[in-house]
Design a binder for this molecule. Structure first.
Ligand code: AMP
Ligand code: MG
Length: 331
């Protein structure tokens, strides 16, 4: 039976380039989470990514590029605000949504007129894209709707029967997915919150940024989805999740695994997984700790919401964490 193969270093990159050139898929590390890479200009390879993930065909993929020059190959137009944001935040966890290039396969964008593009801040991802000399799609390397992977082992566990080279670049630094910013709207609109907050984006753009849709439960249920993948349950472990405000006062059962930052031990003698109290650390650790909790097969995973941040940058990270938590708990 085929199985995932963890590959490293220059040989790993060479294996990745061969797989991409042959229309195959490779898992690769980024600073956010691990992605499933395929040549964005090969429609069959892109279709294989949707099939492997079980991803609904109406949920577009983000294209990963080595920088603005390569980004111009996948967009119809590269406006000045995009260049300014790329100068400020690339390589980094900011995805820009722009009108797509006519020759980019429709499968990438779920037949929509726009494409999400970003330059990942990870040396192996950049080396892979540069050596392959092509933009690569990179949805998170997990079955659709499940917990995102932040280590090569998470990817191998998620796809035990896939013939999949996994480029091992260690644990992901940011730990949650990129901020997605729609630049086709005026003002620009945050579709998915991430560690780069709307204030930081507005400061670079020198104008307002609409972040209403990215607030947890911000979008009314009957308004049309700007981005179908960004609604409803997602990021879900197999174990049911519930959220609490304060693990010291909210009753926790002995059979519930607890992820908390304010306690040293589980109040009922169950398993406590300690979370970092600082927000960047919380975000970086979140998926790995959820994978760990999921393996315990507890009755439930209880997550204590992170406390307020000290400044706007950490408040932005908290908003992104809360969005992931509320969807992990069922949306
Ligand atoms: P993932 O790669 O699994 O982290 O998901 C990427 C998310 O970015 C998807 O859920 C999409 O909803 C969103 N996205 C990608 N491309 C576009 C686009 N062209 N327009 C709006 N949202 C997008
Ligand atoms: Mg995902």
């Amino acid at each position: 039976m085929p199985e995932p193969r963890i590959v490293v270093g220059p040989e790993g990159i060479a294996a990745g380039v061969r797989a991409l050139a042959a229309g195959g898929i490779i898992a690769f590390p980024t600073e956010t989470v691990y992605g499933l890479g395929a040549d964005a200009f090969n429609a069959d390879a892109v279709a294989r990514v949707f099939a492997l993930k079980g991803r609904p065909s109406n949920n577009p993929l983000i294209v990963h590029v080595s920088g603005p020059e390569m980004a111009r190959r996948v967009v119809a137009d590269w406006p000045e605000p995009a260049q300014r944001l790329a100068d400020a935040f690339w390589p980094g966890p900011l995805t820009l949504v722009l009108p797509k290039a006519p020759d980019l396969p429709d499968a990438v964008t779920a037949s929509g007129p726009t494409v999400g593009v970003r330059c990942p801040d990870h040396p192996m991802a950049l080396a892979l894209i540069e050596a392959a000399a092509t933009p690569i799609v990179g949805p998170s390397a997990n079955p659709s709707g499940c917990l995102s992977p932040t280590t090569a082992e998470h990817v191998a566990d998620a796809f035990p029967d896939a013939d999949l080279p996994i480029l091992d670049g260690g644990a992901c630094r940011a730990g949650i997915e990129s901020t997605v910013l729609d630049l086709t709207r005026q003002p620009a609109r945050v579709l998915r919150p991430g560690v780069i907050g709307h204030e930081a984006i507005a400061a670079v753009l020198g104008g307002p940024v609409d972040s209403s849709e990215a607030e947890p439960a911000g979008q009314p249920a009957d308004s049309p989805a700007a981005s179908p993948g960004l609604l409803g349950p997602h990021y879900q472990p197999r174990t049911p999740v519930r959220l609490v405000q304060d693990a010291r006062t909210d009753g926790i059962g002995p059979d519930e695994a607890l992820l908390a930052w304010s306690l040293q031990s589980h109040p009922q003698g169950g398993v406590l997984i300690r979370m970092p109290a600082d927000l960047a650390g919380f975000a970086a650790a979140l998926y790995a700790k959820l994978h760990e909790a999921d393996r315990l097969k507890a009755a439930r995973i209880v997550i204590e919401r992170p406390g307020p941040g000290a400044d706007t940058a950490s408040e932005a990270i908290r908003g992104a964490i809360l969005e992931r938590l509320s969807r992990a708990a069922g949306g």
